[in-house]
Design a protein around this ligand. Structure first.
Ligand code: SF4
Ligand code: SF4
Length: 451
């Protein structure tokens, strides 16, 4: 057990005393079951303990000392994607996000994992949150892809011999950009002094989706913002927080807060939904830290998704036609965790000749969910296939989302369906293309050059 964690005073609870899920939040659940049809794991398996209601019930029983923190408990909590679709569906306002985060932190402290599972998780958390390490690791991957070895290996069937998690890693690897070490400048100015905003460059985003960051900064500047991209910013801690590593996530949060405080910005813009939802919850994450709680609250209040800020700003750049029919996929951490649903649609609606088609089951997760698709490839692929089937049913020219994790998951799902050539875009790339008067073909060529 973590030595910093105080042992609970004698009580029947099987949870330790460090931020256990709050009883009042557990008691908000009235067991009505409205959340069940919204829950992807319940849809997959029809198992009550893999539903939001079942998981909250297990938390309550563990809190009352009636069930142990054991591998059964761990499995059902691990199976949760953290997609927060249950929060959107719940009429009682149950704050499931807080409950699952506190529960997972309890699990990481109190339920041992197998050596293999533990090592794999350590590998993920030692690489993904560090853009420098990711770049170094991506170098051999660049050679693997550009030499043609990747397509040979994929065709040979060799990947089927790999353990499922390693095979998932290979399958999810995006096209590595040739300008792997290029970075955005520390500031991108509007043509006349404007609103001073900070921008998160992200970890995976700044390595594999540099073109999305470039488009984000350009669109913000075009709409009158001076964009500050602090060089000392690092990972927001989302992957750790969603996996129960609350102390590690808190340490990342403190560093990020300090970096943006020094930048003196009035708004912090995020173009990755998973990061945005975590940064908006820093106040809760650091609630027990007297030195940081107020700073964390103030920081969270400044955070906005790129679609929120663009929808707020008076539109000043003319939009040119972009004749395409697109399938827009809602990232769960945008729609459910942040409640951002209308804004991306309103922004895409400003683009002349762009048709946004309605996708069936748009509120169901694609299976990405942070590192869920690496830790649980089988259900993640089942959800990915279900999502891609719905996206393809509307015969769109491209798939659009607002989260790097979803884009990777959708690209992988499209490949499994033989749809390698289907383009995928972040919403802000379309805004940028329309502002610059690019045709769909020019946009595709540009994306291809940048990747
Ligand atoms: S989480 Fe909400 S919707 Fe689900 S059972 Fe509890 S009260 Fe009902
Ligand atoms: S977060 Fe998603 S997977 Fe987890 S219980 Fe809620 S709806 Fe189900």
């Amino acid at each position: 057990m973590n030595p910093l964690v105080q042992l609970a005073a004698p009580t029947a609870s099987n949870l330790d005393a460090h931020n256990p899920p709050e009883k009042e939040l557990i008691d908000d659940c009235v067991h009505c079951g409205f959340c069940l049809p919204a829950c992807p794991t319940y849809l997959l398996w029809g198992e009550e303990m893999d539903s939001p209601r079942g998981r909250i019930y297990m938390m309550k029983k563990a809190m009352q000392g009636q069930i142990p923190l054991d591998t059964t408990f761990q499995t059902h909590m691990d199976n949760c994607l953290g997609c927060m679709a249950c929060m959107t569906a719940c009429p009682s306002g149950v704050q499931y996000g807080k409950l699952i985060e506190d529960t997972r932190a309890q699990m990481e402290r109190n339920i041992p994992r197998s050596t293999g599972d533990s090592l794999f998780r350590k590998l993920l958390f030692a690489t993904f949150p560090y853009s420098g390490r990711l770049r170094l690791l991506a170098l051999p991957m660049l050679v693997y892809q550009r030499s043609g070895l990747q397509s040979l290996v994929r065709k040979s069937g060799l990947l089927k011999l790999l353990p499922a998690r390693l095979a998932a890693m290979e399958a999810l690897l995006p096209r590595v950009p040739t300008r792997l070490f290029s970075k955005l400048p520390p500031a991108v100015d509007a043509d006349k002094p404007g609103r001073r905003v900070g921008m998160l460059s992200g970890c995976v985003q700044q390595v594999f989706f540099q073109h999305v960051n470039t488009a984000t900064a350009r669109v913000l500047a075009a709409e009158g913002c001076d964009v500050i991209i602090p060089e000392d910013q690092a990972c927001c801690g989302a992957l750790m927080l969603h996996s129960g590593l609350d102390q590690e996530a808190a340490a990342k949060a403190r560093k990020l807060i300090a970096a943006f405080e020094s930048a003196g910005v009035e708004t912090i813009v995020i173009n990755a939904a998973g990061c945005g939802s975590t940064m908006k919850e820093y106040g809760y994450l650091l609630r027990g830290d007297p030195l940081w709680a107020a700073r964390a609250e103030a920081f969270s209040a400044k955070c906005k998704d790129i679609s929120e800020i663009l929808a707020e700003l008076p539109s000043r750049t003319p939009m040119h036609p972009l004749p395409m029919r697109i399938a827009y996929h809602d990232a769960c951490h945008l729609r459910h965790a942040q409640g951002v649903f209308e804004q991306p649609r309103a922004l895409l609606g400003r683009i002349p000749e762009l048709e946004v088609a309605t996708v069936a089951e748009s509120d169901i997760c694609c299976g990405s969910a942070g590192v869920y698709n690496l830790l649980h490839p089988e259900p993640a692929n089942a959800l990915g296939d279900r999502k891609v089937k719905n996206l393809l049913a509307i015969e769109a020219h491209a798939v659009v989302s607002a989260n790097p994790g979803c884009l990777l998951q959708l690209m992988n799902g499209l490949r499994r369906q033989g749809m390698h050539a289907m383009p995928t875009f972040h919403m802000v790339e379309l805004m940028d293309a329309s502002m610059r008067g690019l045709t769909p073909e020019q946009l595709l060529r540009e994306q291809d050059r940048q990747r």
